[in-house]
Design a binder for this molecule. Sequence first.
Ligand code: CUV
Ligand code: SF4
Length: 637
Amino acid sequence: RVYERILRATKREFYEQASIDPTVLPLLEKADREGVETAWHRYLKQQPQCGFGLLGVCCRNCNMGPCRIDPFGYGPDKGICGADADTIVARNLMRALAAGAAAHSDHARDIVEVFRGIVDGWAKDYKIADEQKLLGIARALGVKTDGKSIMEVAKEVVEIAEMEFGKPDNSPLRFLNAYAPERRKELWRKLGITPRAIDREVTEIMHRTHMGVDADPLNLIAQGLRAALADGWSGSMMATLFSDVMFGTPKPIKVWANLGVLREDSVNVMVHGHNPLLSMQIAEVAKDPEMVELAKSVGAEGINVVGMCCTGNEVLMRLGIPIAGNFLQQELAIITGALEAVIVDYQCIMPALVDVASCYHTKIITTEPKTKIPGAIHIEFDKANARESAKKILKVAVENFKNRVKERVFIPKEKMEAVVGFSVEAILSALGGSLEPLADALKSGKIKGIAGVVGCTNPKVRHDSSHVAITKELIANDILVVGTGCWAIAMSKHGFFKPEAAEMAGPGLREVCKALGIPPALHMGSCVDCSRMLIALAALADHLGVDISDLPAAGSAPEWYSEKAVSIGSYFVASGLLVHLGTIPQVLGSKRVVELLTKDAESLVGGKFFVETDPVKAARVMIEHIREKRRKLGWPE
Ligand code: CUV
Ligand code: SF4
């Protein structure tokens, strides 16, 4: 039906349906006039998408195949090896989860490597910016700090961090052990899903999904949860913790969001990807007098660094660098004709950027050995000479300013003010230093519950619409919403992060927000910063003397697309949360897998998934879930 509607639509109707963000329509029309394609165009060309793939029943795990199962029961019900739909769907989903956990954790590895560089002295352009944070981590890990210099503490901590990836014994991951609540750890131990080493859990999924190893959907999913826990409570968590140590723990800061942050008079440079190691340096060197001088010499007023996706969130929260948009706007930023360069690290970078850029003067610069795109300029970022290396990369952008074609520039005027940067520390300080006020507000029912909303945008959903609708519904029902990633960028753009947004909240939440001067939805950071939510949930559960699964809380990924979101959703489920998915995962070909994820999981780990493409209905399910948790705690509904 959706397909028919799309076919019948005129181009303009299709473009209007693409997004609720006012910057999108004019730029899609500009793309059209200039013969440029975007993800929306390519999404249309992919229709109808492969039914076997959508259901998850296509297997390419060996060269007897590919095999596919007939979902209607007329054709084959087994692959050549005998794997049935349940096995194939579970294996496929676990491989997606493994890729997501690997992505987050490999990002952490790069952060930890540079942290090691600080200890060993080669990472001279990085420093320990937040000593308190480091001391806190050391204490949590049981590292003695008394009488030691900060570098001595750092050395011991980094040794533990490095071992998280591949420690050879069967003991629990050290960061998970340090930060997860006792009851959770006990439960995971009983279920046999305590993660031992990050790389090992990911590798074990690759092993188990090889032909002829694990065929049991439950056993496969259990290993998936284990790898997801390794990601959430160690990989992603280390990425967050050490980024805070090196770049500072985010505090509330006023920023601007949406494509209107691009400037006609300046060199516009977009940092895109996920890791802050390079983007922080780019943002810093853009202020260097030498670079500003260079920009002036080519006729620009200065250098305007803007962010995209999560590396954008990293520099947004820490430096107030404006954010140009979320995932589906990456091509649009180039189509403005005003972008001198896109400097990328990794993850969520569409290879299409190179094709789009070829129609404009924009240069796409890849910087990581593990991320190369044919047609892009590759300048490897040297972390041992970070500042000089960042300058070299930035110079390419500045020198490109003269190639901008003024007549082809269209910068949408829309930009929105937002207050971002709500790390756990910042939330605690807004609460006056303790969890007590939040716990009281929850108990009394002023705040009914907490929802974590995260994740991407996806052309299968009208861009930003589900993010906005679900958040509106939740806050109107006195549920405090916290979140990360492209959800957080959507909220920044649509005005939910202005303190005045408290007006959209229900009476109880509104009162609390006004008293504290905070918005009813809080930007907690990038995707790896979902680990901040784990820490907050653990602290709240401990404070109340309950398990995480008892809390009036729920999670949602309304417009997710990425394999990383599979891992995030899974570690929240394994940590005891109800998690909503707003785009349909490729699992419907197996009734058994669907049951495991949406029913059986709850009796095992206290959390489960539910799938609902209608955001308002989804919010209602989350609200009902929160009500029930309140009932069980004996709190007023
Ligand atoms: Ni990971 S949230 S598209 S950039 S993973 Fe990328 Fe953050 Fe989704 Fe957005
Ligand atoms: Fe086919 Fe089995 Fe090989 Fe998959 S693993 S491609 S189902 S034979």
